[in-house]
Write a protein of this length. Structure first.
Length: 200
């Protein structure tokens, strides 16, 4: 069909998140009554990605979280970051980030297990993460009381710019910074700060 690239472009542009290839194919088939080969669609998406890689565009077409999405290029992250900080729509507190990190690496995980690791109540942090759709309920444990189990959502990968969970840094890659100015805060101070954040 004519203008296949523009049809795909419009789909990706209007989607509220990464658009998988199978959804693109299904939409095109429903709209035009014809089946498109995956190879043809991938070639067209490749052409779009090449077009938007030009420096005249401030955004690009990226394969992310199992689909395709238009995202701002890295050179413009400072200005976008300033906007996000001003609106504070997507800002996460330190306690929420800590809770989210535990969920990401330990999923599926119950609230009681989260609280054992963090040492503080996680009700508020979990509520905020669920509201922002970064965490989802994956089911229930077979243990006593059958507590809810939490895991990361597809939006988690979109939020952090990950193609898959395999892109998360491995725990062995984390290490304390050497020759840092000042000393690391005592564990009691860290816990007190976390508790204060939970209360706010």
């Amino acid at each position: 069909m004519d203008q296949l690239a523009q049809q795909i472009e419009s789909l990706i542009f209007c989607a509220d998140g990464p658009l998988p290839l199978e959804e693109i194919s299904a939409c095109l088939e429903e709209a035009f009554g014809m089946k498109f080969l995956d190879e043809e669609l991938l070639n067209t998406i490749g052409q779009l990605r090449e077009r938007y890689s030009d420096d005249t565009f401030s955004f690009e077409l990226v394969e992310i979280a199992g689909g395709y999405q238009f995202l701002t290029k890295g050179a413009y992250h400072p200005i976008v970051g300033a906007y996000l900080r001003q609106t504070m729509r997507r800002r996460l507190s330190g306690s929420a980030l800590e809770t989210l990190a535990i969920v990401a690496y330990k999923q599926p995980v119950s609230k009681s297990d989260l609280e054992k690791i963090r040492g503080v109540n996680c009700d508020y942090a979990l509520q905020k993460l669920l509201e922002k759709e970064l965490v989802s309920i994956m089911g229930r444990s077979d243990g006593p009381g059958r507590p809810l189990l939490y895991g990361t959502s597809p939006r988690f990968m979109d939020y952090f710019g990950l193609k898959s969970m395999e892109d998360l840094p491995k725990p062995k890659e984390f290490k304390l910074t050497e020759n840092a100015i000042g000393e690391q805060a005592p564990i009691e101070e860290n816990l007190a700060t976390a508790r204060k954040e939970e209360e706010e």
